[in-house]
Design a protein. Structure first.
Length: 115
């Protein structure tokens, strides 16, 4: 079955950086588009970034230029490099796969930006 396991979150000061990872299994990873979403405290879950099987990327306006999504098909892993962090980036970050009309989510990894 599909499994998505995020890691790499933590507490970071404003202006800092983190690299989030999402290890995927249960499907042919290299063939599918992967995405990152986030949900801040008291907010709805929002889309952050997407990478296609052909390595085309797209970003939400609020993170463009600061976040970078990438993938390593040999490791079945998608990454989100997050730089120049702001307090408003505080959220649980989720990996997402949309497959056969189903959304699959990991358990999320918490990113807290605070001084």
């Amino acid at each position: 079955q599909v499994q998505l396991v995020e890691s790499g979150g933590g507490l970071v000061q404003p202006g800092g950086s983190l690299r989030l990872s999402c290890a995927a299994s249960g499907f042919t990873f290299s063939q599918y588009t992967m995405s990152w979403y986030r949900q801040g405290p008291g907010k709805q879950r929002e889309w952050v970034a997407t990478i296609t099987s052909g390595d085309n990327t797209n970003y939400a306006g609020s993170v463009k230029g600061r976040f970078t999504i990438s993938r390593d098909n040999a490791k079945n892993t998608v990454y989100l490099e997050i730089n120049s962090l702001k307090p408003e980036d505080t959220a649980v970050y989720y990996c997402n796969l949309y497959l056969y009309s189903n959304n699959y989510w990991g358990q999320g990894t918490q990113v807290t930006v605070s001084s």
